[in-house]
Write a protein that binds this ligand. Structure first.
Ligand SMILES: [Ca+2]
Length: 281
């Protein structure tokens, strides 16, 4: 498609960015049409949009929590932090990070880590491969859960999957989210995977996305998201309230099969004794 940056409109540049997150194919088609029809609608303010809006703070701007707390999930996940291999592969990258974190570093020099490619091969999911290919349509929340289940099974990891699927941002729902985040912060035996509207947090692309949660600062009530959309982002903090808003925002009309999809959190907890499945570390 368009490769000459000097010829494309600001709107097209913005949309090229937008399609690089997760499941952005239809946004891309729409953007291409817009760019092809006219470039006079370019919104100059879009080109000056900051990397992150006011609701997110990068890990570089805020890392005191990680220096003063154990943050077990952060240290379990961050060594395996990978960029999604296509614009639609956030679910693949998220599950690969989960499996590596829960499996641990394999003992032998010849042992491979879980990659997004080997994960697809191990699961044998043609549908998942199609959904996560470049310009693929992405996965629904239920499909995401199903692929997490298949991934755990493929790598022999014995775990339970809890589902937090909020439908409102009431004080009671926020309290439930806070309890789960605080409980999860205690050990790396459980890992949280979030299916959320990325733009609610980052101020940019409005659509569904997945990533692992790296940490939760219970005092500041900030959540660290290890965003696998690494072409554009580094890990960032956001408030638990913003995260809840991002979970319940329905995917917009241009999201194909994901239209209307809302998010949630999968809590993947290793069963007692499951660590024996892990290679020695
Ligand atoms: Ca945990």
């Amino acid at each position: 498609m368009m490769t000459d940056g000097s010829l494309i409109s600001a709107a097209a540049r913005n949309s090229i960015h937008a399609m690089q997150g997760c499941a952005r194919v239809l946004a891309f088609v729409l953007a291409t049409l817009i760019a092809g029809v006219s470039s006079v609608h370019a919104d100059a303010t879009d080109t000056q949009k900051p990397k992150l809006g006011p609701l997110a703070v990068t890990i570089q701007q805020s890392h005191e929590y990680l220096r003063t707390h154990e943050a077990p999930d952060y240290w379990a996940l961050s060594p395996y932090y990978v960029p999604q291999i296509t614009g639609s592969a956030c679910s693949l990258a998220t599950v690969a990070m989960l499996l590596n974190a829960q499996r641990g570093l394999p003992p032998l020099s010849t042992d491979e880590l879980v990659t997004q490619e080997s994960l697809l091969e191990s699961v044998g999911g043609e549908a998942w491969a199609r959904e996560t290919a470049e310009h693929g349509e992405g996965v629904t929340f239920d499909e995401f859960k199903a692929y997490v289940t298949l991934g755990l099974k493929a790598y022999g990891l014995d775990a339970d999957i809890g589902v937090f699927k909020p439908s409102d941002a009431s004080p009671a729902t926020l309290a439930m989210l806070r309890r789960m985040l605080a409980d999860n912060e205690r050990s790396a035996d459980d890992i949280l995977l979030v299916y959320y509207n990325q733009g609610v947090v980052t101020g940019d692309w409005d659509g569904p996305h997945t990533s692992p949660i790296g940490a939760y600062d219970t005092e500041a009530r900030k959540v660290l998201i290890l965003d696998v959309d690494r072409k554009f982002y580094i890990p960032y903090w956001t408030s638990d309230e913003t995260l809840l808003d991002a979970l319940i925002r329905p995917a917009p009309e241009n999201q194909g099969k994901l239209k209307g999809e809302t998010g949630g959190i999968l809590r993947v907890t290793m069963r007692p004794g499951a660590r024996a499945l892990r290679p020695a570390q």
